[in-house]
Ligand binder design. Sequence first.
Ligand code: PEP
Ligand code: MN
Length: 339
Amino acid sequence: MIVVLSKEATKEQLAHVVESVEAKGLKSHIIYGTDRTVVAAVGDKRDVDKGALENLPGVEKIVPILSPYKVASHEVKKENTVIRMGKDDPGFGSDTLSVIAGPCSIEDRSQMLDVAHACKECGARALRGGAFKPRTSPYSFQGLGEKGLQILAEAREATGLPIVTEVLTTADVPLVSSYADVLQIGARNMQNYMLLEAAGRQPKPVLLKRGMSATMEEFLLAAEYVINAGNKNVILCERGIRTFEEYCRNTQAISIVPAIHRVSHLPIIVDPTHGTGHAYMVESMSLAAAAIGADGLIIEVHPDPEHALTDAAQQINPEQFKKLMARLSRVAQAVDKNL
Ligand code: PEP
Ligand code: MN
């Protein structure tokens, strides 16, 4: 349920509401809106006497939350959440369409540094690169681990761009969080609830990718795990779902963008690289994602895609990325966004 405070409610009254909510065994999330403050009380409400909360000083009314996802929903927070990757970042959910770019995997120092400079020149706002790779086959390249994180951190130093990288296990969360500006949780881990909670207990924003067969409701409930554990900064990412179709690696379901914007205050970005699996589709799908209102994009860019150690078919080279960004800026402008 949502405890709506009156406009005149004092700090002390807010603190008392939070205390009372928690005394009833519910979790409280304070949301400061432009107009008024609300407290989302989440948990098993079967034995909670609503009337007792309604009578507290400073409380205007109690409203039930109808959607299965609570703290991610617009019912709890009307304004969109803006999530910044660094201090100079306008943020996902703002009027800027931010692009994260970089290779699928960090392969070596010169590969990462070369492509990092190229991505920055083209207007990327953050760098990506996998150090821990979730590979379908145990015999494929698994990533450079901490060495890869060190290289990625060097690329941040060299370009000034924040870095986004995937964490695969709960045990690695402190390590990855100590390097990354944004922690990525991949499609294969979207329903790894222990990992979601561990990511929720560290301070960096979380880029949560949609599971290959996850419905929108399951996707938002996964975000809810992160938020409930204490981290409100969840960036959702549509990366294609698995269907019967074979001409593409995944089916890019960009209609989830307006659907998410309707029900949730969280920003949603699109990954046209994994969403299609083919380099030649990445530009078209990026333009489509921008046109439909995505808050950002994450794109794999490799200096030499043909020889990439992972995802060779779908990575674009810096020249292709440059052309994509030039066209993207025109689409962004058409939908009243900066790039
Ligand atoms: C990735 O971004 O490199 C990745 C493995 O993505 P996904 O989890 O969407 O497959
Ligand atoms: Mn990849």
